[in-house]
Design a protein around this ligand. Structure first.
Ligand SMILES: C[S@@+](CC[C@H](N)C(=O)[O-])C[C@H]1O[C@@H](n2cnc3c(N)ncnc32)[C@H](O)[C@@H]1O
Length: 302
């Protein structure tokens, strides 16, 4: 697939169980083009799972963050017999890890607005579900609900949180992990030359695209307060981010290829700049980094 191919917009997806279109605000035909004066805000998910690069991104996100996530899951007491809901699962790695931990006496539900990259035979249940527009599946029954890098993208984060809290059984844990790119917005921490400056400029351009799609780039820091406001108790949080390495490089390549057409269409970058950046990433000398991942957890009162 050419890296300059436009981002595919498959339009509203049918709901897995009802056949109704999933609520993806702004994605319907007949709406004015994005950014026209009368246009409703365009809250379609930017990093569309329909693209091959989205699958690559899930592999590298797993490499970078699954260790962090699994550490938190262990500390929360994940064990055999638990019922778990993985929200906005993206790729299969966390649903598979949950399924291995809960064993045959437990149950894992993995949902996404586009579950293309999930394996319906992977030992967990797969459901197309919009955490903002759809009611909680199996309300009040989960020991654990987890979402990583999902809420930052959705238009109504408080509603999504309420849906996840409603799915917990009394005493059940919610673990939410989201980026805070305002805390650390750079692609290269040390701007020693033109390649690093270009990398940081392009990272700002990608952040601008995300903002235009309704992402809240300072959402991570609000998580403890948001979890308390949603009625949870025993709330705490931690943060981390990787610096340098192959996984950061490959994630950057997949992300820039995924949004390339959008960057060009928005006039936020040109072909020469993107090609030069991708070549510099390939050379492996940028020590690319990411925004901090804030992991916050809380429990529904027993
Ligand atoms: C950045 S990816 C993160 C994937 C995975 N959780 C991870 O950490 O690797 C965001 C995921 O959220 C999904 N998503 C976006 N909006 C959603 C919504 N309203 N309801 C459910 N899933 C959504 C996307 O389709 C995508 O798979």
């Amino acid at each position: 697939m050419s890296s300059s191919q436009p981002v595919v917009d498959p339009g509203p997806e049918p709901h897995a169980t009802t056949g109704e279109p999933v609520n993806t605000a702004g994605a319907r035909s007949g709406t004015p083009p994005p950014h026209s004066p009368e246009a409703a805000p365009d809250h379609r998910y930017l990093l569309d799972n329909a693209r091959r690069e989205a699958g690559e991104r899930f592999g590298w996100l797993a490499e970078l963050f699954d260790g962090v996530t699994r550490g938190h899951l262990d500390r929360l007491g994940l064990r055999a017999g638990w019922r778990c809901w993985e929200v906005g699962a993206g790729g299969p790695s966390i649903p598979e890890a949950l399924a291995a931990a809960v064993g045959p006496t437990g149950h894992v539900l993995a949902t996404d607005i586009n579950p293309t990259w999930l394996d319906p035979h992977g030992g967990y249940e797969v459901l197309r579900h919009d955490v903002v527009g759809d009611p909680p599946p199996q309300s009040g029954t989960f020991d654990l609900v987890h979402a990583r890098l999902v809420l930052v993208h959705v238009p109504d984060r408080a509603r999504a949180l309420a849906t996840m809290v409603a799915a917990l059984k009394p005493g059940g844990w919610l673990l939410i992990e989201d980026a805070d790119t305002e805390l650390q917005p750079l692609a290269c921490l040390d701007e020693v030359g033109p390649a690093q400056r270009r990398a940081n400029r392009l990272r700002r351009a990608v952040r601008e695209l995300l903002t235009r799609r309704g992402a809240d780039l300072r959402y991570g820091r609000t998580l403890p307060q948001s979890l308390r406001a949603a009625g949870l108790v025993d709330v705490a949080a931690a943060g981390s981010f990787p610096v340098g390495g192959v996984a950061c490089d490959r994630l950057e390549t997949a992300t820039v290829r995924l949004v390339r057409a959008e960057l060009l269409a928005a006039g936020l970058a040109d072909d020469a700049e993107i090609d030069a950046h991708l070549a510099a990433v390939d050379a492996g000398e940028l020590d690319l980094t990411l925004a901090p991942l804030i992991s916050a957890w809380g429990r529904r009162a027993a």
